[in-house]
Write a protein that binds this ligand. Structure first.
Ligand code: AGP
Length: 614
């Protein structure tokens, strides 16, 4: 769960590496480093903490690397060993001739370390990566060919990795490889880039090759040669990248998170384009290969995901069961992969992932695929590893999400589930045509309703001010908004570090109510519909224990004024669509509380955007 970049060409390399790392900061940010090929030798620079510390570290060294045109860089999210200078990448072999940066986890690193130590290697760090530096250096000493050395080492490395390697004796040659971790090559004029993700290179080129597992690429300014692990030459497939560089700017907002929250009306419009033209037309999901026959034979649906995507999945279950009458299980990917699931050819497995790279979900998907399930992937990255495993795909088109806290991708995932549930109900003929038309009409009105909420964001900022100093926060809801309560709590805890929990309100009196007193804020997601009265009475129970009550509601019921200290009003909406409306104020509430507290909103501590390790 780190970011790596590499460059070989004719331009000065340091800015390319640092700019690239900046675009990958979402993957980790507890230390960083670069290695550049200087006139006489490779030089390594590292810093602990944010990338700005590395920038500062480089100041004053400009003369050393002014003419360097090849280098590698790394931004780390610590897995093996604390975020210290010694553990920061790049790592070197004993003589310092070979340097490597790595994203992933080397599972057999202990065995490799033991073995290498016996043959004289001295380890300076606690990382798994350093074993790779020593191992490749040992292979290089035997064959004197860097690509070959990396290829031979690949047979001995277990686990997930994307690697960029340089050697002092190969002045113009960068060697890269990957297994179960993302890595792409950007192609310029007499230059090549390597990176964990598109944003690191898109400013320079939109021509790229996605390296496949166990392929090794040798890059020089003039050439790109790719082989597989058995040394067979590969003809690379060059792709044109779809992302626009402008997507990476904050566009005047203080944080990417705030910008991304504001993009949500357009995200909804985008996902509807080409999929739902008018309320009386069918939903079109071109890349979904489910038909009447597959749906008739389906025994079950399993949805697997992590974090925010898991909350979207829980709402997906609610929608598919309501619209289509098919039984759906939802499970955290990290649980799914370690038990015997009942998954077979009659199972539809839906993987939900913003990044499409989350290791647990990717593993779960591969397991389900091996058992013969039909795999449907809902992702913001149609170019991701998960998308490549898919039989059916719903790209959610939210655009690049930079903030570690997911916002617009969540709304987009919810939209994907609305469209999917409607699409399946049309195939199954499970909803009356007039109801379908009314649901679709409401779906198409959602962007305006979110715009209305955004235009009143000052009210939410005022509410936030009152709770910035709280230690704990409880969100309660029922029915389709129970996952909204979980997601509201997740947003708050990940960016403000306040201990926040979401409960199905009916569970309050089975334990959590014991925590309530005049210091505890309880936010009730009180949306009109089937569970409104029930939730109101749960809120009264909480109020009776002196909790500080906040309502998020589309009800205009006067008596709420007596029950709640603060009321966040949202536009009216059919109950089935209320999760889309309810989550936006909760994202803003979390944002403003974190901002009042002066937290690093876009890059909260200990987190990374893309969790590519199990
Ligand atoms: C969201 O705010 C989180 N940072 C995190 O829970 C995230 O949703 C989770 O890691 C799953 O990521 P994915 O959607 O890319 O698979």
């Amino acid at each position: 769960m780190c970011g790596i970049v590499g460059y070989v060409g004719n331009k000065s390399v340091v800015d390319i590496l640092i700019d690239g790392l900046e675009q990958l900061e979402y993957r980790g940010y507890d230390s960083s480093g670069i290695a550049v090929m200087c006139d006489t030798e490779i030089k390594v620079y590292k810093a602990i903490g944010k990338l700005k510390n590395l920038r500062e570290e480089l100041c004053g060294h400009e003369k050393e690397f002014s003419s360097t045109t090849m280098g590698i860089g790394h931004i780390r999210w610590a897995t093996h060993g604390a975020p210290t200078l010694l553990n920061a990448h790049p790592h070197t072999c004993n003589c310092g001739n070979l340097v490597v940066v790595h994203n992933g986890i080397i599972e057999n690193y202990k065995e490799l370390r033991e073995d290498l130590a016996k043959s004289g290697c001295v380890f300076k760090s606690q990382t798994d990566t350093e074993a790779v530096a020593h191992l490749v250096a040992r292979k290089y000493a035997q064959c004197k060919d860097l690509k070959e050395a990396v290829r031979l080492a690949s047979y001995e490395i277990e686990g997930a990795y994307a690697l960029c390697v340089m050697h002092n004796e190969c002045k113009n040659t960068l060697v890269i490889t990957k297994r179960n971790a993302p890595l792409l090559i950007g192609i310029g004029d007499n230059e090549f880039y390597a990176a964990s993700d598109v944003p690191a290179i898109i400013k320079h080129t939109n021509k790229a090759v996605y390296l496949e597992d166990n392929q090794i690429a040798e890059l020089t300014p003039e050439s790109m040669e790719i082989v597989d692990i058995e040394n067979n030459k590969i003809n690379p497939k060059i792709e044109i990248l779809p992302w626009e560089p402008v997507a990476l700017s904050k566009m005047g907002y203080k944080h990417f998170m705030l910008k991304e929250i504001h993009e949500q009306p357009d995200v909804i419009r985008n996902i509807l384009v080409g999929r739902l033209h008018a309320p009386d037309e069918h939903v079109v999901l071109n890349e979904v290969k489910l038909n009447h026959e597959t749906l008739t034979h389906l025994e079950r649906i399993q949805i697997i995901a992590c974090g925010t995507s898991l909350h979207a999945a829980m709402i997906g279950k609610y929608l598919i069961e309501s619209f289509c009458g098919i039984s759906v299980d939802v499970e955290a990917s990290s649980e799914y992969i370690y038990r015997k699931t009942v998954t077979n050819e009659r199972t539809l497995v839906i993987g939900v992932s913003q990044s499409g790279e989350t290791a647990d979900t990717l593993t779960a998907i591969k397991q389900a695929k091996a058992k013969g399930a039909h795999i449907l992937i809902v992702t913001n990255r149609p170019d991701s590893a998960m998308a490549r495993e898919a039989d059916s795909l719903i790209p959610v088109n939210a655009g690049i999400e930079v903030s570690v806290a997911a916002t617009k991708s969540y709304i987009a995932q919810l939209m994907a589930f609305y469209l999917l549930a409607l699409y399946m109900s049309e195939i199954k003929d499970s909803i009356a045509p007039s109801t379908l038309t009314s649901l679709k009409t409401e779906l198409m009105l959602l962007p305006q309703k979110i715009e209305q909420i955004l235009s009143q964001k000052d009210n939410i900022q005022n509410v936030a001010r009152n709770y910035a100093n709280t230690k704990d926060f409880i969100f309660i809801a029922r029915g389709i908004n129970y996952p909204t309560a979980l997601e509201g709590a997740l947003k708050l805890k990940e960016i403000s570090y306040i201990n926040a929990t979401g409960y199905p309100a009916g569970e309050l009196k089975h334990g959590p109510i014991a925590m309530l007193d005049e210091t505890m804020p309880v936010l009730s997601i009180l949306m009109n519909g089937s569970v409104y009265e029930k939730l109101l009475s749960n809120s009264e129970e909480a109020k009776a224990r002196n909790a500080r009550m906040i309502a998020l509601t589309n009800s205009r019921d006067e008596k709420l004024n007596y029950l709640f200290e603060h009321i966040i009003k949202v536009p009216d909406v059919q109950e089935l669509f209320s999760p889309i409306i309810a989550i936006v104020p909760l994202q803003l509430l979390a944002y403003y509380i974190a901002e009042f507290l002066g937290k690093d909103v876009d890059q909260p501590r200990n987190l990374a955007k893309s969790v590519t390790v199990e």
